[in-house]
Write a protein that binds this ligand. Structure first.
Ligand code: FES
Length: 145
């Protein structure tokens, strides 16, 4: 049912954790299942994503897509990170079962929410980036993954 890459990123997720004083942070929830994902960016003065970490309280597909999404955005500029869509993440994972496609949206939305936060803090515009619908404001830290 799952590709080897999905299983690999699920069992050995990359970039799990958090970044203190992040340049941008985004938290989103999946309305279909209630799962939550948070992404942290450390962005340098050239707008390059130097480091990225995530926490996901969600299903295996959400963990695998977060892991792959963080790998794909690392080292990119904030503008290039806009190209890391859920479709790109799914392709990089050799696909997801149809019922799990909505899980991959969480990673894309979390990236956008974190980029939006960065753009707001720095007064910059990222082409194609829209205000996230449901960026969950900072909440009490949860015991999540
Ligand atoms: Fe909720 Fe996958 S079932 S993100």
């Amino acid at each position: 049912m799952y590709s080897e890459k999905v299983m690999d990123h699920f069992e050995h997720p990359r970039n799990v954790g958090e970044i203190e004083n992040p340049s941008g942070v985004g938290t989103v929830g999946n309305p279909k299942c209630g799962d939550i994902m948070r992404i942290y960016f450390d962005i340098d003065e050239n707008q390059v994503i130097r480091d990225v970490k995530f926490k996901t309280f969600g299903c295996g597909a959400a963990v695998a897509t977060s892991s792959m999404a963080t790998e794909l955005v690392k080292g990119k500029t904030v503008q290039e990170a806009m190209e890391v869509t859920n479709k790109a993440v799914m392709e990089a994972l050799d696909g997801l079962p149809p019922v799990k496609v909505h899980c991959s949206l969480l990673a894309e939305e979390a990236i956008h929410a974190a980029l939006w936060d960065y753009a707001q803090k720095n007064g910059i515009t990222i082409e194609g980036l829209e205000k996230p619908k449901d960026n969950i404001e900072e909440e009490e830290e949860e015991e999540d993954y």
